[in-house]
Structure formats: C-alpha cells, structure tokens
Design a protein around this ligand. Structure first.
Ligand code: DGP
Length: 115
C-alpha cells in the first residue's frame, strides 16, 4: 500500500505542492501549525529515520537543500524557521513516510517545554 505522501507525490491525491524534483517533494501541511508549514518528503518511501541507510545519504542531504530553497521562496529565510523530523511513538509520528517539517512566519518559541 502506498503511503498517503506517496499518493500526493504521484498526484493521485491533491496537495499544495511548492517544490518537486526526482528525489524530493515539498507541500503545505494540511493542518498548519504556523503561517508557513511545509513538509519536505523524499519521493522514496522510507518509513522512519530508523530506516535510513547509507544509500539514502544523497537524498537526505538534498532534503536540506530543498528546505533552504523553500524557506527562501516562502520569505522566511532571514526571519528564521525550524526544521523538525518526528520518529515513532514518543515523537508523535503520524505518517510513516519520512518527512521534514519546515515551520516559519512567526516567532516559534522554545523548542520543547520541559515536563
Ligand atoms: P508527523 O506527526 O510528523 O507524522 O506529521 C504528519 C503531518 O502530516 C501532520 O502535520 C499532518 C500532515 N498530513 C497528514 N495527512 C496529510 C495529507 O493528506 N495532506 C497534507 N498536505 N498533509 C497531511
């Protein structure tokens, strides 16, 4: 079964795609937590960070190049932004197709609240 993100990448289901190439697709999160909230996703299905292999190094590095381009395009490169990846239960990962969140457009506060 393809992941929901694979269906977005293939165009089977709609999304607001802001960038796409042969390795990576970036689209707006359906439930944005900041004025700018974009998901940067490898076109290859990698379930979690735990599943990354040395063969994925180029693609993972490319995700950062795309993050930089998207931040510039969205006008948050200078004001600042946050990149975040969730892995498994304690991080609340909901979609098991590796993705980097890009948040920006407002002060984002501290990274985590201590509990
Ligand atoms: P995470 O908790 O890191 O797995 O975040 C998954 C994110 O994916 C969450 O912020 C909502 C977003 N999302 C889930 N389904 C869809 C979808 O069908 N379209 C879009 N654009 N975003 C989705």
């Amino acid at each position: 079964m393809p992941t929901i993100f694979s269906k977005i990448i293939s165009g089977e289901i709609p999304a607001d795609i802001v960038y796409q190439d042969d390795q990576v697709t970036a689209f707006r999160d359906v439930d944005p937590k900041a004025p700018v909230h974009i998901l940067i996703v490898p076109n290859k299905e990698i379930p979690t960070v735990n599943d990354v292999t040395p063969d994925d190094e180029q693609t993972i590095g490319h995700m950062f190049v795309v993050a930089k381009l998207v931040a510039e395009k969205e006008g948050v490169a200078q004001s600042g932004y946050r990149l975040m990846l969730n892995c498994n239960r304690d991080a609340n990962q909901e979609v098991f197709h590796l993705h980097m969140h890009l948040f920006g457009g407002r002060p984002l506060g501290p990274m985590l609240v201590r509990k």
